[in-house]
Structure formats: structure tokens, C-alpha cells
Design a protein around this ligand. Structure first.
Ligand SMILES: [Zn+2]
Length: 258
């Protein structure tokens, strides 16, 4: 299979990527990767004041603005929050986007996480990568199948635990210390979420929580770093010809294996 120098980060909601994976995506951008962020949900439930139409427009713009910080392209959500189901029509649409982007490295959410939207977005992404090359898997809109290798990684679930309180440990930690300010800048672009959470949880609470999460990840590395992002790599079968940790190949000693 041919190589592409394209990276894609997917998640359920606008700001999920910025919270959990943006430091690593920023490093990939520095390494010369064309970067994309795609949220499957449109973020319509993330408000206590705006109408449905207003908040979808606002959060779409925030997604574009955050992606622009690292020169990435943002792809708007396809369905409403809480309506992210693992079902054929949505999978056809997600596969169409994966075929259009043709990513080599894909970052997505954890198969176990506190929210069903996150888990379902993860499953849709995994299956869209798997079906990218299947001629008889019809996408909406139709996009020709693609055959590039895909190296797929799952970020950590919120709080490093699954919905049944099971502990989820990362397999690798990426040192994102150099990118923590960029990551925070991307998260700040989601101003509607910051305003909402400032009221309910205290000023800048979600920026503080992001940094604390990265500090905890950084401490988990065998040689601790100030700020880290943790990932587990998906089994390569069906995704790439060879079993390789492409993230480590590209980012070198910034990646530590636990
Ligand atoms: Zn989310």
C-alpha cells in the first residue's frame, strides 16, 4: 500500500479533539503532515442559552477557528449530539469523509469512555477506516475506495477510566510539552464551551482540567515529561499491511512506550 502524509483526528463533539489529542496533531503538523479534524456530532447540545440553529453555527465556526491554529482543515459534524449511533447510513457518510481525506495516521476516541457518543464515534471511525478500500461498501456521497495504510490510535478516555470504572492505561505517551500552549489556544477557540463551563464549574476550569490531564499523562511516561497525551494503537489487521507504530516512527523519541 502507498504512504500518504495526511493525519486525521476524529471525535464526537467540537472540542473533544482539542481536549485529548491536539498536542499530538500539532506535532504531526510540524512533521509535515496535512492535518484534518472531523467531529461526527455538531455540538447542538452544548449550550444552555442558544437555539439549535445558533449553536450548530457557532460550534462549527469554533471548530474551524481551532483547527486553523495549526493549519488543519475542519470537517463539520454530520448529526446532532446524542444521535451518534453505530448505524449504516451514518457509517456510509463517515466512510465517505475518510475516503476523501485518505489519512495515514488516524487519532480517535477510546472504545471505552463515559459517553456513548464518544464510544460510537470511535466505532464509526474504526469501521470507516476498515471499509475505506471496499468497493461494494457504498458511501454517501459515493467516493472511490482508497488503499493507503492506516495507523489508528485511540486517545485516553476522560479520567483514564471506562464506563464500568475500569482503569484504562495508555500504551504510549507522546511528549506534548512544546505544544501545550498551542493546545490551550485551540481549546480557547471553543469560546461557547468556555463561557458555559466557566459559569457552571468556575473560570477557566476546562483549560485547567486539560493541563492537569496532560500532567498526569506526562507522569505516566517511563521518563516523565511535563505534559503528555496517552494513546493505545489499534490492531493493524485490516488497516495496514505491516504491524508498525507509525506515530513513533514519525515523532521519534517524543513517544515513549509504557
Ligand atoms: Zn465529547
Amino acid at each position: 500500500m502507498a504512504d500518504s502524509r495526511v493525519a486525521l483526528a476524529t471525535a464526537a463533539h467540537p472540542d473533544d479533539v482539542e481536549f485529548m489529542m491536539a498536542g499530538t496533531l500539532a506535532l504531526l503538523a510540524d512533521a509535515g503532515y496535512e492535518c484534518h479534524i472531523f467531529t461526527i456530532g455538531n455540538g447542538n447540545c452544548g449550550t444552555a442559552s442558544h437555539t439549535h440553529e445558533e449553536i450548530i453555527r457557532i460550534r462549527g465556526q469554533e471548530g474551524h477557528d481551532a483547527a486553523a491554529v495549526i493549519g488543519a482543515t475542519y470537517h463539520n459534524g454530520l448529526v446532532n449530539d446524542i444521535e451518534i449511533f453505530y448505524e449504516p447510513e451514518l457509517l456510509r457518510q463517515v466512510t465517505a469523509i475518510v475516503r476523501q481525506i485518505q489519512p495515514e495516521i488516524v487519532l480517535t476516541q477510546s472504545p471505552q469512555d463515559y459517553m456513548e457518543d464518544h464510544q460510537n464515534s470511535c466505532r464509526l471511525t474504526v469501521s470507516a477506516c476498515f471499509t475505506r478500500g471496499m468497493r461494494n461498501w457504498i458511501t454517501h456521497p459515493w467516493v472511490e475506495p482508497t488503499l493507503q495504510d492506516v495507523f489508528l490510535y485511540h486517545c485516553q478516555p476522560y479520567g483514564c477510566i471506562g464506563p464500568l470504572r475500569e482503569q484504562i492505561l495508555p500504551a504510549i505517551v507522546v511528549d506534548v510539552t512544546d505544544k501545550i500552549d498551542v493546545k490551550e489556544e485551540m481549546l480557547r477557540r471553543h469560546a461557547s464551551q468556555k463561557e458555559w463551563l466557566d459559569v457552571s464549574q468556575g473560570k477557566d476550569a476546562y483549560l485547567v482540567a486539560m493541563r492537569e490531564g496532560c500532567e498526569i499523562m506526562g507522569q505516566m511516561a517511563p521518563k516523565p515529561v511535563k505534559y503528555g497525551e496517552g494513546f493505545r494503537q489499534h490492531l493493524h489487521v485490516g488497516h495496514s499491511a505491516k504491524d508498525e507504530d507509525r506515530l513513533s516512527t514519525v515523532l521519534g523519541d517524543r513517544v515513549q512506550r509504557l
